[in-house]
Write a protein that binds this ligand. Sequence first.
Ligand code: ITT
Length: 194
Amino acid sequence: MNPVAPRRVAFYTSNAGKFEEVRALLRPQGFSLRWARGELLEPQAETLERVVEAKLGQVRPRVGEMALVEDAGLFVPALGGFPGVYSAYVHRTLGTEGLIRLVAGRPRRAEFRAVAGVRFGSRRLLRAGSVEGSLARGPRGDGGFGFDPIFLPLGERRTFAELPLEEKIRRSHRSRAIEGILRALGAEPPPKKA
Ligand code: ITT
């Protein structure tokens, strides 16, 4: 572990589901998380990386803390990558069933992507993660959040919302991005279950 990377982490997110997932990933690595909730303006930009850069520019972690931000979205190739960086807005307005209607009659391939970023001192690190899958015919399951009820990871019959939460977390775009950050910091990623 890089000795200068603090073990105390302020995670800047308005999303409770994300916070729970990231805490479950980082706790076993010896990090303690503070929920810096609703402290950032959501920047509008055309890529996840730019959104994360803009969020990192706004964070004000406490002394001895590492700031963590993350931005994610669902990208549907048949819709030109939509909703992508507009996923939160589309989820609020059209909802899961609205997105399913948009994709009717088109290829159903979809990908969740996430970019995580940390800042401590003058150091900034960004890492991306993704998971491929397809859109279900309709929402199924009560777990997770956002578009989880309509996302079928590749080779799986259950949606992310039907999987046990620890399995969703383990297979998610978010965990891949966070593991990239951990590797870059020199910490071991969480062990993979078979
Ligand atoms: P922040 O405050 O961290 O930005 P947010 O909810 O606005 O929280 P994002 O902009 O990163 O989060 O995510 C956009 C939307 O994409 C999110 O609100 C969900 O609808 C969807 N999404 C992202 N990750 C997801 C996941 O793991 N499972 C289901 N939906 C997800």
